[in-house]
Design a protein around this ligand. Structure first.
Ligand SMILES: Cc1ncc(COP(=O)(O)O)c(C=O)c1O
Length: 290
């Protein structure tokens, strides 16, 4: 059975099929809301605090008050897993919107945020994890506040769909040749033993897994350089990899049909995958040799 809570004025846990969602709702009509996707391994959240912190940062950035404290939502999210007897690998999707009100661009006066969260199984994709994925490049057509995890995902959806239609897993987004991130993940380039990635400005989502990647890189004493790289730099990259809650740390083995080096995951990427599995306390599947 799958249940989820919807918080209007108080939390209730209901079967997903019985949820009635209002149609004059600001998330539906304006994308006026924020969301999170949190990874679960063996029934335990990974990076829960980081996700809850970002949810509050996103809500504040769009001037939306959440109807709970960080502690309350953390406890509710834990209860959600318990009520579902969740012991597998999975994810929780949650979203908070500015509420239900007659359609008007201006914020409604008395509306309370709508919130729901639900849990899904999500087995790890070991084929991608071991062998890496193909990507395309795509213009970054998003707005100026990509650090907010807002519900407005149309440019991301269109870019990802183009990747899919080209037989690829992800779209690498760029502004005039400068790589920002991907449609649903952060991206890193390895060159001469150093790792480059876009700085955490307003132009990218500050990934929760990115926080960990930075820590792994520093603990391995690899230089972590927060400088954007370009499409040209990709031509001569030693390695390229992605990070996100659903993709984990994932090797990129081709871009626009051209392989990165020999088309196999590189050794620094594999070391970071090994660190990721250790940190998330999951089955170690990546062997790496120093
Ligand atoms: C645009 C974008 N960048 C980066 C990420 C990675 O974020 P996280 O590591 O918190 O999953 C995501 C995740 O969905 C995303 O949508």
């Amino acid at each position: 059975m799958s249940v989820y809570p919807i918080t209007l004025s108080q939390t209730t846990f209901v079967h997903r099929d019985s949820l009635k969602y209002p149609f004059e709702e600001r998330g539906l009509q304006f994308g006026d809301g924020v969301y999170e996707v949190i990874r679960i391994y063996n029934g335990q959240y990974y990076l829960l605090t980081e996700h809850v912190d970002r949810l509050f940062r996103s809500a504040e950035a769009i001037k939306m008050e959440l109807p709970f404290s960080k502690e309350e939502i953390t406890n509710q999210l834990i209860e959600l897993l318990e009520r579902n007897d969740m012991n597998n690998d999975g994810k929780v999707y949650l979203q908070a919107t500015r509420g239900s009100a007659p359609r008007d661009h201006v914020f409604p006066k008395d509306a309370e945020a709508n919130f729901y969260a639900y849990v899904l199984d999500l087995p790890r994709n070991m084929d991608n994890f071991r062998n890496g994925v193909g990507t395309i490049t795509h213009e970054d057509l998003r707005w100026a506040n990509c650090y907010i995890k807002s519900l407005n995902l149309l440019p991301n959806v269109l870019a990802k769909q183009t990747a899919k239609e080209n037989g690829c897993y992800e779209a690498i987004l760029h502004k005039d040749g400068v790589v920002t991130e991907c449609s649903s993940s952060n991206i890193y380039l390895v060159k001469d033993g150093k790792i480059y990635t876009h700085p955490t400005t307003k132009q990218i989502l500050h990934g929760c897994v990115r926080i960990r990647v930075e820590q792994f890189v520093k603990s391995l004493e690899i230089p972590f350089i927060e400088e954007a790289f370009t499409l040209n730099d990709i031509q001569t990259a030693d390695e390229l990899f992605l990070s996100s809650s659903t993709s984990e740390v994932l090797p990129v083995v081709s871009v626009d049909g051209k392989t990165i080096q020999d088309g196999k995951p590189g050794s620094i990427t594999k070391q970071l995958q090994h660190e990721y599995e250790k940190d998330a306390n999951i089955q170690g599947t990546i062997q790496h040799m120093n």
